[in-house]
Design a protein around this ligand. Sequence first.
Ligand SMILES: Cc1cc2nc3c(=O)[nH]c(=O)nc-3n(C[C@H](O)[C@H](O)[C@H](O)COP(=O)(O)OP(=O)(O)OC[C@H]3O[C@@H](n4cnc5c(N)ncnc54)[C@H](O)[C@@H]3O)c2cc1C
Length: 413
Amino acid sequence: MSIFKTDIAVIGAGPQALTLVTHLLQKKKKMRDRLNAGLSPGFQVFDPSGTWLAQWHQQFAAQEIPHLRSPAVHHPDCNPHTLLTFADKRQDELYNPYNRPGTKLFQDFCETVIDRWHLRDQVTKAQVVGLTPQKEGFRLTLADGKTAIARRVVVATGAATAKMPDWTKQVSDYPPERLCHAQGVHLPALPTLTGETVLIIGGGLTSAHLTMGALKRGARVLLMGRRQFKEKIFDAEPGWLGPKYLKGFDTEPDWHKRWHMIQQARDGGSFTPEALTRLRKFSRESRLSLYEQCQVAKARWQGAHWQIQCDNPAVHDCFAHQPIDRIWLATGTQLDITAHPILGEVLAQYPLQIVNGLPVLDEHLRWPGCDLFLMGPWTALQVGPVARNLFGAKLACDRIVPALTKSSLARAA
Ligand SMILES: Cc1cc2nc3c(=O)[nH]c(=O)nc-3n(C[C@H](O)[C@H](O)[C@H](O)COP(=O)(O)OP(=O)(O)OC[C@H]3O[C@@H](n4cnc5c(N)ncnc54)[C@H](O)[C@@H]3O)c2cc1C
């Protein structure tokens, strides 16, 4: 059994982790110098893929997403303008409004960030399967049986648990590819859906991407949302990126009220205006049927197709008589820190306040009582509604990096 030793272990190599590492290097010249000299910089990143942003690229490829929803100034590098400079000769890959970068442009830019900060070989190919607090720091157990010891740990694993509607628990005996959460749909692997009817459930941008993908492959699509479909340019209003809304959020002492502010700001899923315009166009051409304020009440696999009952009497009959070949659930992910696959031992040793699944961390996003920091969706009670987004990583770094680099902000023993 080999053992790695490091000062800071970063678990996950997605955009959140990459943002942390660039901001850490910018702050710590000593780390930069060590990295440039080919020495261990004092941090070690773990991800099962062994590369940066594998999950991000996989998601964009699987849903054939043409461009980001966020503007070009949101990315993992420290200077917000570097992507726009990089795009100087690729202006046609910036989408209006707000210069939203094309998928390939963003990917190529991130590669330059990885190279410029000398991070190409800094991801250890390993899944962390256990995190055990020790007298000093943590022991990380890796899936291959190896162990790592770290004084401090940053968990940047994203939120992987798919949210499944209740009715899915009552269905059985169906071919697995006929009922999939969006996380399991890989459009490029489905060459044609001609003659098929696909029911897509959800009202967020993911459901729009999957709808476009199914239509492109010749399917007829039924898109069902439990509320009225809404259009919004971003997930949350830009006021949540700065003091306009965050000032009031930061001064709210009641964590439950903060949780409600987050729900209100994100307000479930929404389409971008151009996505909704495209959906309505396909609906007018009768290739797509839109069902709003409608939910599946019951589903039964009948050997060759699904039979669906919905809860909206106005369209009840439409569903009763149409055979459906596939159901795709664009129903999002769920957050419950008690179900996080590697935080069980930390929770048992350092119990903390939890509000509707989210942990109450300190102002540096540190788990009370130990040197464990969280990033991404888990930090929403402190960072606000954009915690899970690219800009949320920047807001998280403003809090975590000082605590990792200044001894005056170290945890009191
Ligand atoms: C389809 C889609 C499009 C999006 N588009 C945008 C956008 O345009 N703009 C925006 O701001 N936000 C967007 N988001 C939201 C958000 O920015 C992304 O979800 C982003 O990938 C989150 O980054 P992350 O680093 O938290 O998670 P991830 O990208 O999921 O990375 C987490 C990494 O941690 C690894 N990991 C997990 N568990 C372990 C473990 N136990 N051990 C080691 N490694 C582990 C995973 O393998 C993964 O590589 C989008 C989200 C989705 C799903």
